[in-house]
Design a protein around this ligand. Sequence first.
Ligand code: C5P
Ligand code: MG
Length: 256
Amino acid sequence: MSEHQSKPKVLFVLGGPGSGKGTVCEGLVKNFHFKHFSTGDLLREEVKKGSELGKQIDGFISKGEMVPGDVTVTLVKKAIFENAATNPLFLLDGYPRNQSNVDYWRQVMRDDVEVLGILYLNCAEETMKARILSRGQNSGRSDDNEEIFKNRIKVFFSETVPAIEAWKRDGGKVFDISSESTKEECFEEASKVIKQMELDRPDVSEIKQYVKAKVDPFIKPLIVFLMKNKPDNVYSSIQYWMSTEGEAIRKNLDKK
Ligand code: C5P
Ligand code: MG
């Protein structure tokens, strides 16, 4: 990451299977400058490649079990850093799904990415089940059926919920919203959470850094020039300085 590029920021989006993670993220990208990644999709893409790793991943997904955290964090890291230069704001849905995901995230990402918190979609088990069974009619996913749903929901309560509780205990932010009713209402609640984060507010330390690197190098030499020459027409004198000494400074900065 270059000195002036801002750190990528990530909002995790969690909830049980069928809670509406993907749907709410699709809505949010239309109104905020997020880039959305579904961890499940990243894993399924690897499966589609038919690689040895893909076959191993498929073994977990088709049973509704968790893929080992080291595998998942590698895919997540790649997705973030391949896109960080053009869009440093991410929604990561379906991550971190258990304590192993959290531990690998901390170990691999360290301070390189700022976590905004977890957006948690609260939904009744029956509602989630009905949604998954309805989605299963067309999704083509090996895990969208009643039998595997049972395991996915079990894993959700035994692994994901405790990991979110631990996240909270460690001082991490969790934004709890309901995804029980319509997607419009869920989107409305999620939007409120995002707005209060004031993500558009400029980061003062970034501005300071920018001024120090891009503005300061011109100020002192320009003042010296003006003091020495005491021009009658300051405006045209600055213009002249900008095209000579100032231009040389600019070229030098571009080289860095
Ligand atoms: O989030 P989604 O429902 O698409 O996840 C599907 C499956 O992908 C999960 O049941 C699990 O097998 C795998 N997965 C995982 N670790 C994650 C996210 C998804 O193992 N962090
Ligand atoms: Mg999804």
